[in-house]
Design a protein around this ligand. Structure first.
Ligand SMILES: *Cc1c(COP(=O)(O)O)cnc(C)c1O
Length: 430
């Protein structure tokens, strides 16, 4: 077997993608980061490691994921053929498992038995907890106390997978505080512990590592498009931290075509606090935060601004350094979709294709709806459906069916208070 990433898994130079990236960390984290970089490069040239990774990708994650021709959607929009990469069919429901499995395997190869991770909405925590369960690793997930309260279904899933969820009570008690806490843990326990960072950002070498493990998406797409003889005009992905997009785009970055389009969360409008648009918004600037230099949403004092999006996974103040760099060079075009447009895209693809997009992925779907009619019918556009929307019912149901949802919640509460069903279920368990 050819180790395709041997010597090619690192695209950054000294951790930088042009002026973005780097390793702006406390002294104590330099050694673990340097050791990680060496171990990663070695692993990507180790055919046994790569064979084990491929086997788990196939049998556990369920790769390859399909490339679906969205026939009805294409017909309705009347322009370019729309194809959807169904990454949401991956085990655990989204692309995040690709990175979690890759990094957990790497940790095992490094002889580390303890995994820590940060999580905001909980998706990365769930993927990491599942990967640890699969690979027999001890798992602790740092999660802001506010997020723990808001995201109970994901907390319950992490605990089912055997992870310890550590509620972080410092600062704003959300994602950035969870990252700080995870960094602190790693600095204190570098010999036993690996920190599985969840997106293509943070200090080097994480952006290279996460892109490499996520590029399985783009590599499959390239092959699938070739087999079908598609004339691909554009590829579209949503951009939170940037892991699904950079993995989807990776094999095309150094080619002149197709157009690569990243879609950020436009929230409710273009101004500070209304969105999470680091490349397209009005409050975006260069900065250094959480170990790397990139484009951020910051106030005049350089502090992170609050962000807003209906999709929890896009609601972050920073973007991966390689994406910031490719945005500046023009290879990746950035645009945004409003909350309202993402909700419309969820409805459109559910009704016409029987595919339920995650709200994050629906931002890419919304751009496809705008772009397809402007292109000719012999062209194809490929949308990355980074995740499926089952996880979003607590957000979409109150929007689409508010009155019925309220009745449902009230009856659930009543059932819980009377506790009969739950006692029955518990006694069945015992
Ligand atoms: C987390 C998440 C995202 C955003 O993260 P990226 O690192 O930008 O990919 C997008 N889609 C889904 C389904 C997610 O869970």
């Amino acid at each position: 077997m050819v180790a395709e990433f041997c010597d090619k898994s690192v695209e950054s130079t000294d951790g930088f993608f042009s002026e973005y990236g780097g390793k702006y960390v406390a002294e104590v984290l330099r050694r673990p980061l340097d050791e990680l970089e060496i171990a990663f490069k070695e692993a990507m040239c180790d055919n046994d490691f790569l064979a084990e990774l491929r086997e788990i990708q196939r049998d556990y994650i369920g790769r390859e994921t399909p490339l679906l021709f969205a026939k009805t959607a294409t017909h309705i929009l009347g322009g370019a053929q729309i194809y959807i990469k169904l990454e949401g069919l991956a085990n655990t429901g989204a692309h995040k498992i690709n990175n979690a499995i890759g990094q957990c395997l790497l940790a095992k190869r490094m002889g580390k038995k303890r995994i820590i991770a940060e999580t905001g909405a909980g998706q990365h925590g769930v993927a990491t907890a599942a990967a640890c369960a699969k690979l027999g690793l001890d798992c602790t997930v740092y999660m802001g106390e506010v997020d723990v309260r808001r995201q109970q279904p994901n907390v319950a899933a992490m605990e089912l997978y055997g992870a310890k969820v550590h509620a972080v009570t410092s600062g704003s008690r959300t994602l950035k505080d969870a990252v700080n806490e995870a960094m602190r843990d790693w600095a204190a326990n570098p010999d036993t512990t690996h920190y599985v960072l969840g997106s293509a950002l943070g200090p080097a070498p994480f952006p290279d590592i996460v892109r490499t493990f996520q590029s399985v998406i783009g590599n499959e797409v390239k092959q699938q498009a070739k087999e079908r003889g598609l004339d691909v005009a554009a590829m579209i992905a949503c951009v939170g931290g940037g892991s699904n997009s950079i993995g989807f785009f990776a094999p095309f970055i150094n080619e002149a075509s197709p157009r690569l389009i990243g879609v950020e969360a436009g929230g409710v409008g273009p101004n500070a606090g209304e969105n999470a648009s680091r490349m397209t918004g009005n409050a975006s600037r260069d900065g250094i935060l959480q170990g790397y230099k990139s484009r951020f949403l910051l106030d005049d004092d350089g502090q992170a601004l609050s962000t807003r999006s209906i999709s929890a996974g896009l609601d972050y103040c920073g973007i991966g350094p390689q994406l910031a760099s490719l945005g500046k060079s023009g290879r990746i075009e950035f645009t945004s979709a409003l909350d309202r447009e993402a909700l419309e895209a969820v409805k459109f693809f559910a009704k016409n294709e029987g595919v339920l997009f995650a709200l994050e992925s629906a931002h890419a779907g919304a751009e496809a709806i705008k772009l397809a009619p402007t292109l000719s019918k012999d062209k194809a556009i490929i949308v990355n459906m980074s995740g499926r929307g089952d996880k979003d019912i607590f957000i979409t149901c109150p929007v689409f069916r508010p009155a019925e949802w309220k009745v449902f919640l009230e009856s659930e509460l009543e059932r819980l208070n009377s506790a009969k069903d739950i006692h029955d279920a518990k006694s069945m368990q015992a």
